[in-house]
Design a protein around this ligand. Structure first.
Ligand code: NAP
Length: 392
């Protein structure tokens, strides 16, 4: 028997504090501990929350302390990022100890490294290691999972469209994005991994060739669409789920993610503006001096959107899949609160509790393949809408 059900690692950071706050607001008597690198900061978070949870001090560069942490608990959720910089030692400690793990990594290179190094270790120990357990990529992953359940068989061409999303960015997220960009710039082999639609299913392939970068009219949505900034992460996670679920979505499953901007000339103009801004923004950020100047005006690590913007934010994403026999299925996922922070901290907390209270085979998994219906149920109970239906 472990000392804790769940340890929150990184509880002193912007998102980690929100996770701890969410858990402190639950009625259920889970055994929780707060962990991080600074005892006084952890005690101050604990005092602010008015809880009596133990604190655990462990630096991300101290494998001994991380092993002790992993052995003390059934599951860990971690917000210590950038994960590419700090994350692998905790994955290793959990994979070896058989401790379940969930994080907010939106970093393809980190996830790929974790798969290559620790999938076999986690399979052996029974640890379920689940990356991308926030806005990227739980809504995408569970939306497609529900589509497949509703269709009761393989899916065909599938599109996820962001209909509405309102929120901000934290310093930690910006640092993580910039870190991936710099790693890819410095090493062409890493750039190829980031550009590979099947980066998280090494050795596998399928019909997808890349993410949508420009404007496209999507008849199944009756809408013009532009590129979605998180597509490069979410689509890889969803394709890994398909593989881990034994290709239940089909070997021909094709998947993309876009932002829907509506029909007509107005929709087309909005999609063009979005595509121009994201292409221009990425091109500018790929230039070192521009990136350094821009980061001076962006939030620092530990900073992020204020309470009002976290509460007012939200998202609604929609899915359509056209099956080989012509039937069309739809799904939607709706969350209240800033997607990256209020909604994300809720999703990560529920994923951590789900891992702590359910069973399943180990490995480096995805939200849908590790938790499936159990996580859908928990998120619905936590106020999110997740549903799928036959359109025609
Ligand atoms: N996928 C999503 O939807 C999503 C949404 C939100 C955030 N994120 C990701 O979550 C991560 C955290 O973001 P954030 O804005 O919360 O970042 P943050 O405020 O900078 O927090 C980082 C945390 O890591 C801790 N830390 C840093 N170095 C450490 C070390 N050597 N050992 C142990 N702990 C260390 C910090 O501790 P101190 O307080 O002691 O400095 C802090 O608790 C980022 O990677 C971000 O991209 C993802």
């Amino acid at each position: 028997m472990t000392d804790f059900d769940l340890v929150v690692y990184g509880a002193t950071g912007f998102t980690g504090r929100l996770v701890a706050e969410y858990l402190a607001g639950l009625d259920d008597p889970y055994r929780i501990a707060l962990a991080g690198r600074s005892q006084w900061k952890l005690e101050s978070v604990r005092d602010d929350l008015g809880v009596d949870w133990p604190v655990i001090v462990a630096d991300a560069a101290d494998p001994k302390a991380l092993t002790k942490l992993a052995k003390s608990t059934t599951a860990v959720v971690t917000t210590v990022g950038p994960y590419w910089k700090y994350g692998l030692p905790l994955v290793e400690a959990c994979a070896k100890a058989g401790t379940h793990y969930a994080d907010l990594a939106g970093e393809v290179l980190f996830m790929r490294e974790s798969i290559e190094r620790y999938d076999a270790v986690a399979k052996k120990s029974g640890a379920r290691i689940v990356h991308a357990s926030g806005f990227d990529s739980i809504p995408s992953d569970l939306g497609v999972y529900l589509l497949h359940e509703a269709a009761e068989g393989p899916l065909g061409e599938t599109v996820m469209a962001v209909r509405w999303a309102s929120g901000g960015f934290s310093g930690g997220t910006i640092a993580s994005g910039i870190g991936q960009m710099e790693a890819a710039k410095a090493d062409p082999a890493l750039r190829r991994v980031m550009e590979d639609p099947y980066a998280l299913t090494p050795g596998e392939s399928g019909p997808d060739e890349g993410d949508q970068l420009w404007v496209h009219y999507e008849p199944v949505l009756d809408s013009w669409t532009g590129p979605f900034v998180m597509a490069g992460i979410n689509t890889r996670v969803v394709r890994r789920s398909n593989m881990l679920l034994g290709y239940e979505y089909g070997r021909d499953f094709a998947y993309k993610e876009v932002v829907a901007t509506g029909p007509g000339l107005g929709g087309r103009a909005r999609a063009t503006a979005l595509a121009t801004a994201s292409t221009g923004g990425m091109a500018a950020l790929s230039v070192g001096p521009i990136r350094r100047v821009a980061s001076r005006f962006l939030p620092e690590p530990g900073e992020g959107p204020g309470q009002e913007s976290r509460e007012k934010g939200g998202f609604r994403i929609e899915f359509r899949s056209t099956l080989p026999d012509g039937r069309v299925y739809g799904a939607e996922v709706i969350g209240k609160g800033d997607p990256g922070y209020a909604a994300t901290s809720r999703m990560l907390s529920e994923a951590g509790l789900c891992l702590a209270t359910t069973e399943g085979p180990g490995g480096v998994l995805t939200p849908a393949s590790a938790m499936g219906d159990a996580l859908v149920d928990r998120l619905r109970a936590a106020g999110m809408t997740l549903r799928a239906w036959q359109v025609r």
